[in-house]
Design a protein around this ligand. Structure first.
Ligand SMILES: [Zn+2]
Length: 440
């Protein structure tokens, strides 16, 4: 009897948890886990993958149309959900190598369409009509590059309109005159939140419509949307949310679209050490869904724009890909009789782009700076196999235990053969088991 009873309770709990609505951002976070259909890392999603996703959305009933073509002849799609009077327009990946939000939009439209009976989705569909262009720059996405096939930055083409993709974006905006726009991007993984040294995982911008960065009702609403997004993401990435530079840029789409009458919210996704690309898709899903819910149910109207105003600005140059602390540096500089004796300093290393090479960015006292990874190199001499260990050089490093140092001829022409190192490091890869200890 007791067993039967507890089984019934379990079933009831299971049913209840399956039908629980999106009352909190945590609910949306779980909903994404249970319902997302994007299944490849966003940076590997190509146009053919997008079409596969969209086929699935279309068979679920999402309204999808080909809105235009890229310079390379690839279809650019627009999808639509809801029947309400308030028009919301979102576009992603105008920079081809900034893909996170494309997958989030797919998961969001799929969820909305297949959960149309959910009370909050009913409300959303009654109040809003949502249109979204996922992957505005499919040619750039195919090559995983920022620019289109003209090698123009579409986000600096809002004034000239030389790019087919930029012209299409303007046309879609002008024909529909949406009340709010969302411009969805990615930013450098080394961007920090102010002086905190914390990675800016999400940066928000209530886009200015003039060079004086004035407030008007539209910009105040954008600030409230940013406050709602901050509320949505704080349970997951508190302290990792920043404010994007709000200087008015007369060539950029977000700025001109705001000027043309559709106030724009910019969302820039950075990274969080230890979190995957798919984790970032999940955060985008939560942010967008909570913002749309807030537009439909009054949550945005009641939000406090000061939450946005009080965010710290993005800051570059504070975070390195890797920092080696207190390394014994043998830089192998020698001109005639002049050579640099070994010295102790920190080394800051940066990777250029997502999969680029790593180079030495700084040497010296890097106290106050942060590495996504940091190592204590105090027991080692560090040098390079060829050339000099200097700023700008590739970070292809050799590590020697200090206890071995007296027997090493640092200027041997083939150092690696003459004196095999205890460890090596290059492009994120370590060899050798006797290596500096990771401290962060
Ligand atoms: Zn961008």
């Amino acid at each position: 009897m007791i067993k039967k009873f507890s089984l019934r309770i379990c079933i009831l709990i299971a049913i209840f948890s399956l039908t629980v609505s999106a009352q909190t951002p945590r609910d949306l976070h779980r909903i994404w886990d249970e319902t997302h259909i994007s299944n490849i890392d966003p940076s590997r999603v190509r146009h053919a993958d997008l079409k596969r996703y969209l086929d699935r959305l279309q068979s679920a009933g999402v309204r999808i149309e080909e809105a235009g073509r890229s310079g390379g002849g690839r279809e650019i799609y627009q999808m639509e959900f809801g029947n309400g009077p308030f028009r919301v327009f979102l576009w992603s990946q105008m920079h081809g190598d900034e893909p996170t939000a494309t997958s989030a939009l797919i998961d969001l439209f799929h969820y909305l369409q297949t959960n149309r009976a959910e009370p909050w989705v009913v409300e959303l569909a009654r109040k809003l009509t949502i249109r979204a262009v996922p992957m505005l720059n499919p040619d750039g996405a195919e090559l995983f590059q920022r620019r289109n096939l003209q090698f123009i930055d579409i986000n600096r083409d809002a004034r000239s309109l030389v790019t087919p993709e930029g012209r299409l974006l303007k046309k879609l905006r002008d024909e529909w005159a949406p009340e709010v726009g969302f411009n969805l991007h990615n930013q450098n993984v080394r961007t920090a939140v102010g002086e905190t040294g914390k990675q800016a995982t999400i940066s928000l911008l209530a886009v200015a419509y003039d060079e004086y960065r004035n407030d008007n009702p539209g910009r105040i609403r954008s600030k409230k949307i940013c406050a709602v997004i901050h509320e949505a993401l704080s349970p997951f990435i508190y302290g990792h949310i920043a404010k994007y530079d709000d200087t008015f840029n007369p060539r950029a789409f977000g700025d001109l679209i705001s000027l043309w009458g559709t106030p724009v919210v910019l969302i820039e996704t950075g990274a969080l050490q230890g979190k995957s690309e798919m984790d970032l898709v999940q955060l985008n899903f939560v942010a967008l869904a909570w913002a749309l819910k807030g537009l439909a149910d009054g949550g945005v109207e009641q939000a406090n724009p000061a939450v946005y105003d009080n965010l710290r600005y993005n800051q570059g140059g504070q975070i390195f890909t890797m920092v080696l602390r207190n390394a014994g540096i043998v830089n192998r500089y020698r001109q005639g009789e002049v050579a640099v004796p070994p010295f102790v300093a920190d080394i800051g290393i940066n990777r250029d782009g997502g999969r680029g090479r790593e180079s030495i960015q700084d040497i010296g006292d890097l106290g106050g700076f942060h590495g996504l990874e940091e190592f204590d190199a105090s027991d080692f001499f560090v040098t390079v196999a060829a050339g000099e260990l200097r700023t700008g050089a590739e970070a292809a490093l050799l590590f020697y235990r200090k206890s071995r140092a007296e027997r090493i001829d640092w200027y041997a022409s083939d150092l690696v053969t003459a004196h095999p190192p205890d460890a090596t490091y290059r492009n994120g890869q370590w060899t050798g088991s006797d290596r500096p200890v990771r401290i962060r």
